[in-house]
Design a protein around this ligand. Structure first.
Ligand SMILES: *Cc1c(COP(=O)(O)O)cnc(C)c1O
Length: 372
């Protein structure tokens, strides 16, 4: 494994790439076929492989994870409606709702898991009968309380769409995390655990959804049959090829990340009584080690750690800061838990090919900065 030179900047992550020759095999074939997109061979192959891997009846690839959310809202006919969601997520969860003409109602998060709190969700549902859906996020790959949320969706007769952008490969009580709710979405952006450079997918429990999803992502028509208003959210053959080349390496990638996470945990002494903690993983979760978030005692300590790391050309990211309730174009009552956690959570650098010497360096800078 290549040692990182002292001068090389360390980002929060580094995109994983398949062996170049594996990718080029696909590219050569794509070049000789002259077929570059439009529900073609490699897109269909990746779709089938992911459907099997994630163990879902229906899976449609699309151009990115944001469009996946937008198509899921349209598929379930909750675009333009009020939707309960979490303020502790990447902004794309929110913007997909707003871009589709809807309104976001924020429910605060659980302080230990950092996923949406079902009790707060129920408060929103009880107060507002116009709410049409719940859009929770398996944040950092941690599982939402799917039982409580499923119960609420049923009780209040609203749709349930999970943003699974961080949760590729996660399992809950032995079951793929993409099997819960009316739909789940994935992001295959280059920085995500598994990626197609840009890409995403929608998974649903009903194979019959595939027809509607194909229409929605390709202008609303199949051949000369124009059925509905659609958009262009297709995945190209070159993108699908990246996914196909990377997919055989995914368990190895997860194993490598698991080792690095263990190494961080040990070096940072993340035990009881530590000034640092990680989100508590849901019982029964097989996690994918997709991020390494640590929660500091206060934001001053976080800021000290960030400056110490940045001075050594190490760039952690404040995923997710600020709480979405604080965005200038949002007008929401406060969500105190999300706002507090957002101010003091930091994702430390983590990628599969990272050398343990980098983990050691990051951990020692973090610990030293906390002492000052
Ligand atoms: C990355 C991400 C998205 C958006 O995915 P893109 O593929 O980048 O459009 C949506 N939700 C969450 C929580 C994300 O982290």
């Amino acid at each position: 494994m290549k040692k990182l030179s002292e001068e090389e900047a360390v980002q929060v992550t580094k995109c994983c790439l398949p062996p170049l020759d594996d990718y080029l095999e696909y590219v050569k074939d794509i070049f000789s076929s002259h077929i570059l997109t439009n529900n073609a061979k490699y897109e269909i192959r990746l779709e089938t492989e992911l459907k099997n891997l994630l163990n879902v009846p229906c899976l449609a690839l699309c151009a990115n994870g944001t469009l996946a959310l937008q198509l899921a809202l349209r598929l379930l006919k909750v675009n333009g409606k009020k939707i309960v969601t979490t303020p502790f997520t990447y902004v794309a969860t929110l913007s997909s709702i707003l871009w589709e003409g809807g309104e976001a109602v924020f429910a605060d998060i659980e302080p230990d898991s950092l996923c949406i709190d079902p009790e707060r969700v129920e408060e929103c549902l009880r107060k507002d009968s116009e709410i049409a859906a719940i859009l929770p996020v398996h944040v950092y790959g941690n599982a939402c309380d799917v039982n409580a949320l499923g119960y609420l969706a049923n009780k209040y007769n609203v749709k349930l769409i999970y943003d699974g952008a961080h949760a590729f490969g996660c399992r809950l009580n032995g079951d793929s995390i993409f099997r819960f709710g009316d739909a789940s979405t994935a992001s295959f952006h280059a920085t995500k655990l598994f990626h197609t450079v840009e890409g995403g997918a929608i998974a649903t429990p009903d194979i019959a959804d595939m027809h509607a999803l194909k229409l929605l992502r390709a202008f609303g028509h199949i051949g000369d049959n124009y059925e509905c208003v659609g958009i262009n959210a297709k995945m190209s053959e070159l993108h699908a090829a990246m996914g196909l080349a990377l997919l055989p390496h995914i368990s190895e990638i997860i194993e490598k990340r698991a080792k690095l996470v263990k190494c961080y945990d040990e070096l940072l002494h993340l035990d009881e009584g530590s000034l640092l903690r990680r989100p508590r993983l849901r019982d029964g979760l097989e996690w994918n080690f997709s991020y390494y978030p640590v929660i500091f005692a206060n934001s001053e300590m976080l800021e000290k750690v960030v400056s110490a790391l940045v001075s050594q050309k190490m760039y952690p990211r404040r995923y997710f800061y600020p709480s979405l309730t604080k965005l200038p174009y949002v007008n929401s009552p406060p969500c105190p838990v999300a706002e507090d956690i957002s101010s003091r959570v930091l994702c430390l650098p983590l990628w599969a090919e990272m050398d343990t010497s980098v983990v050691e360096k990051v951990a020692s800078i973090v610990l030293n900065a906390m002492k000052i």
